[in-house]
Design a protein. Structure first.
Length: 273
């Protein structure tokens, strides 16, 4: 696939607030995108200190941060006050209208800036020792906003539905008709995903679980099962409206079933008895 990217833009809160929080919890702030793009990095304003920082991007399901879409490497905290920008290890593709959560956790919080406001942050009970797991987990919410934003590039032309990106030096001319065609394809794919029903039964399950699609999925629809540490324990490409997964070898506990179609993701909780 081919993409031409526009200049970098930011989304989130670039204002430097005056109140300071040193809470050690993993937290996250929601951001919504007005157009499709690729998130490349996350920036957070802090007072400078020692130790490390880890940041990530989480999917939104019904106003909750759920499955991880991408994260940064563990990075040494800047020793001076100001913005610190950390690149994601793998850029995250977002669609027009999509909401994601920008998350952070410090080994030793040097003091980050916040203010009262909505939409508020999510806070996990977990701290640095839990890192940036695949599942954000249970969280509490409060009407505080933090000085954190992401940098992304909007996609101006895409010749396929996958997120492979050609370097910025590539320039395509005279492709207005292709751009219009692709815009239609992306809209149709998003509409298909939004209207698609994905049921999972039985749940809880002991030996087998079935994923049922209301329509025949695309050839590259992927179903994956992750444990609560973020480890992928099973995956397959869906080929039918009913896909049955053998889970009898999995240990009892909670898992996340992730279905990915056209770079859209839906995550469901599975309880293995």
């Amino acid at each position: 696939s081919y993409s031409i990217l526009k200049n970098s833009e930011s989304n989130g809160i670039s204002e430097v607030y005056t109140s300071v929080s040193t809470a050690p919890n993993r937290r996250a702030m929601p951001v919504t995108f007005n157009e499709a793009g690729i998130i490349e990095s996350i920036s957070i304003y802090h007072n400078g200190g020692k130790g490390n920082i880890l940041m990530g991007v989480y999917d939104d399901q019904s106003g909750l941060p759920t499955a991880q879409l991408g994260k940064t490497a563990t990075t040494v905290i800047n020793p001076t006050t100001g913005w610190q920008t950390v690149a994601l290890t793998n850029p995250v593709l977002v669609n027009e209208g999509q909401t994601v959560w920008l998350s952070w956790v410090f080994e030793k919080n040097p003091g980050i800036r916040y203010s009262i406001g909505k939409p508020g942050r999510a806070q996990s009970t977990s701290t640095w020792s839990s890192g940036m797991p695949f599942s954000f987990g249970e969280s509490g919410f409060a009407n505080y906003q933090f000085s954190i934003y992401c940098t992304f590039r909007t996609v101006s032309k895409t010749l396929a539905l996958k997120s492979e990106v050609i370097s910025d030096e590539v320039i395509l001319n005279g492709f207005a008709e292709v751009e219009e065609l692709v815009s239609t394809r992306i809209k149709n794919s998003n509409d298909f995903f939004n209207n698609l029903k994905i049921d999972m039964y039985p749940n809880p399950a002991s030996n087998k679980v079935t994923i049922r699609f209301s329509e025949l999925p695309s050839d590259e629809t992927k179903i994956s099962i992750f444990d609560m540490t973020g480890r992928e324990v099973q995956s397959r490409i869906a080929q039918n409206t009913n896909e049955t997964l053998d889970i009898q070898e999995l240990k009892q506990g909670i898992y996340l079933v992730r279905t990915e179609i056209f770079n859209n993701v839906r995550t469901q909780k599975l309880i293995k008895k």
